[in-house]
Design a protein around this ligand. Structure first.
Ligand SMILES: [Zn+2]
Ligand SMILES: [Zn+2]
Ligand SMILES: [Zn+2]
Ligand SMILES: [Zn+2]
Length: 649
């Protein structure tokens, strides 16, 4: 418990006390700058995916075409977990509190203040920090210092602060006490980009520092193999094959994990075979004889047949080739969309879904560093527990209830690994397009871009949406025209259809419209479902509504609702909801979504507003876009069929 408390604390530290941020050192009334973090290197995360997310984020800032953000890949990034924040005094200008004095002491290094003992060299009064800094949208932060007196004999020796109009810091200025010379005011030209004059900000102002980062579900990849997995298409196809059930035998019979499959090449397998075969041959005809044959370059092809089956095993090339013949993802079919991006998103979705609903398929005891694997409990599994049904008889109706909202299977998942990450900061204004994204300085002075991460266990409810119900609904809505219908009685065929028709690349940037009709319809349907369920979930599980986040996976299709809060984290809420509150949850959700206080306006315009389907920005993955209540309950004078049959209410 103590450990997880510490970790939750860390998530907040990452957000508020990032390198180059300012904070109050309360007891002494001093302000400090976070000069660096002490960190440990982190390996066990899905680094490729996180790097890609960072590149996507970075592309919305003004300096997206500059180093290190342009063409950022996983090789440019160094993932680290902070364990200690190191700060130093900032800003570095102090002045005497004595109103009749206001003598100014400004230093270049925090350590230079040691000799002042916090006292005014003039009158012995108390020195206090000038509580302003200068920040610019280029990311620069400057201390407000006086300039020396133009008389070289005076220099910095007699500088005072004029605060005549105490409430208007804009009028304050430094002057030389000897000759009255002006020695600077509360602004100066940016020393970094040299573009603009920058004006003071109170050090406690929000605009001094904006942390840039995000939270996502990120499962660890088995570190024993991660270096050898061929990411991109190959990894995506192995996971697609697993999702479609094509690897069930392989995983069971060969006892292999997806990572192991992702690593084993045909060459490696053949080399092992050959080795084994040579050994067998040696036993049969004698070692000397075999060595001679090898040396003389005799083709051993025929004799190898003897041991053809001694080393079995599927290799990644075989799995990939088979899957390539079976599945064609939308971005393969041309256009200018980026097929690598699609494979990466698919890998992340499938890997998260497979491990979260099936658990780790290998042997956990044989591994170390894998203790953060999610542990799922399916609704079917729960209902098979006799003592559970005895104490919760109402749970018998759960599957039926969920079927009303077209949820085919459900799981509650423990140890869902959440990843908080921060990759930089901005200053001066919140708009991404008007600021330069600053990378953090590397804690060890290395060349790569540090990204700070914190992994926390969370819990989730995973809902797999009825695939054939979606097909029927799309058909009724008229979206299936020109698209081949899958066999709705064949689950594997249905899964394939979603992989082949939902273009995940269209969902990469949640601020631009989804062009592909089918993808938009499927995503809007799932996203609306997710919000309707999220809005009523908090009341049922005791979590604050901002503490539940969503992860919509349209190519599965499935919805993850997970506990995301770092502040009021109460583990167990999702379990309570799943085990004891599914019936009121579904009933309330169906009833709730029927109307909005802003109907008929809401109903006739977008079908979603803050009163009915919107969630706070931290809870929604898509900035409250692509939401429509009518997809669930029907509307637009019969043009939109209801996905949720209202007759059930
Ligand atoms: Zn003084
Ligand atoms: Zn600047
Ligand atoms: Zn509304
Ligand atoms: Zn959302």
């Amino acid at each position: 418990m103590a450990d997880s408390e510490m970790k939750r604390g860390l998530a907040q530290v990452m957000y508020r006390f990032g390198p180059e941020s300012l904070f109050d050192y309360g007891r002494r009334g001093l302000s400090m700058k976070v000069s660096r973090w002490e960190t440990d290197k982190i390996d066990s995360l899905d680094a490729n995916y996180v790097a890609e997310q960072i590149a996507t984020h970075a592309s919305s800032f003004r300096n997206d075409d500059e180093d290190p953000w342009v063409d950022l890949t996983v090789d440019d990034v160094d993932f680290r977990r902070p364990n200690r924040v190191v700060g130093s005094l900032y800003p570095l200008t102090m002045y005497c509190q004595n109103r009749s004095c206001h003598r100014v002491v400004s230093k270049k290094e925090p350590s230079h203040f040691v000799y002042t003992n916090g006292e005014c060299p003039e009158c012995g009064g108390e020195l206090r920090q000038l509580a302003f800094v200068l920040v610019h949208d280029c990311g620069n932060m400057m201390s407000i210092n006086p300039q020396p007196c133009s008389n070289p004999d005076h220099g910095y020796d007699h500088i005072y602060l004029n605060k005549q109009n105490i409430n208007d810091p804009l009028s304050w200025y430094f002057y030389c006490g000897e000759c009255g010379d002006f020695c600077g005011n509360m602004s100066k030209r940016c020393t970094k980009c040299n573009k603009e004059r920058v004006y003071f900000r109170p050090i406690a102002s929000n605009s001094v520092y904006y942390s840039q980062g995000d939270v996502l579900v990120n499962l660890p990849i088995d570190q024993r193999y991660s270096g050898e997995i061929e990411y991109g298409e190959s990894w995506a196809r192995i996971l697609m094959a697993a999702h479609l059930g094509d690897l069930d035998d392989v995983v069971e019979e060969e006892g292999k994990t997806y990572e192991e499959l992702g690593r084993m090449t045909t060459d490696e397998r053949d080399a092992k075979r050959r080795e084994k075969q040579i050994e067998e041959l040696k036993e049969k005809v004698g070692a000397e004889q075999v060595e001679k044959m090898i040396e003389s370059g005799v083709d051993l092809g025929d004799v190898f047949d003897v041991a053809e089956d001694t080393i079995k095993g599927s290799t990644r090339e075989e799995v990939v080739e088979e899957n390539r013949e079976r599945v064609e993802v939308p971005s393969q079919r041309g256009g200018d969309s980026d097929v690598d991006q699609a494979y990466s998103t698919l890998s992340h979705e499938l890997f998260t879904y497979l491990r979260s609903t099936q658990g780790y398929e290998g042997n956990l005891d044989a591994t170390d560093g894998m203790e953060r694997q999610p542990t799922p409990l399916s609704l079917d599994g729960l209902l098979e527990q006799d003592d559970f049904l005895e104490s919760n008889p109402e749970a018998e109706v759960y599957p039926e209830k969920l079927q009303k909202v077209n949820i085919a299977s459900a799981w509650v998942v423990d140890n869902l690994p959440l990843l908080n990450y921060t990759f930089g900061f901005t200053r001066d204004r919140p708009e991404r397009s008007r600021t330069d994204l600053q990378p953090f300085p590397h804690p060890r002075g290395e060349d790569s871009t540090p990204v700070y991460v914190d992994q926390t266990p969370s819990e989730a409810i995973v809902l797999q949406v009825d695939r054939s119900a979606i097909i029927e609904w799309l058909d009724e809505k008229g979206t299936m025209r020109g698209v081949e219908r899958p066999d709705t009685d064949d689950e594997s065929d249905l899964k394939e259809w979603f992989l082949e028709n939902v273009d995940t690349n269209e969902l990469r940037d949640h601020y631009s419209p989804i062009e592909d009709d089918l993808t938009r319809e499927v995503y809007t349907l799932l996203h609306s479902m997710s919000h309707a369920l999220m809005r009523t979930a908090s009341g049922q599980c005791g979590l604050d509504s901002n503490s539940i986040s969503e992860y919509v996976m349209p190519s599965i299709p499935a919805i993850f609702l997970y506990a995301s809060s770092t502040e009021h984290f109460s583990l167990g809420g999702m379990h309570t909801l799943f085990k004891t509150r599914i019936h009121p949850w579904v009933d309330e959700t169906i009833a709730d979504v029927q109307q909005c206080v802003y109907d008929p306006v809401c109903e006739h315009e977008d079908g979603a507003c803050h009163a009915c389907l919107h969630m706070s920005e931290v809870a929604c993955e898509g900035a409250n876009g692509n939401l429509d209540r009518r997809y669930l309950v029907g509307g637009d004078r019969g043009r939109i069929p209801a996905f949720w049959e209202s007759e059930y209410v």
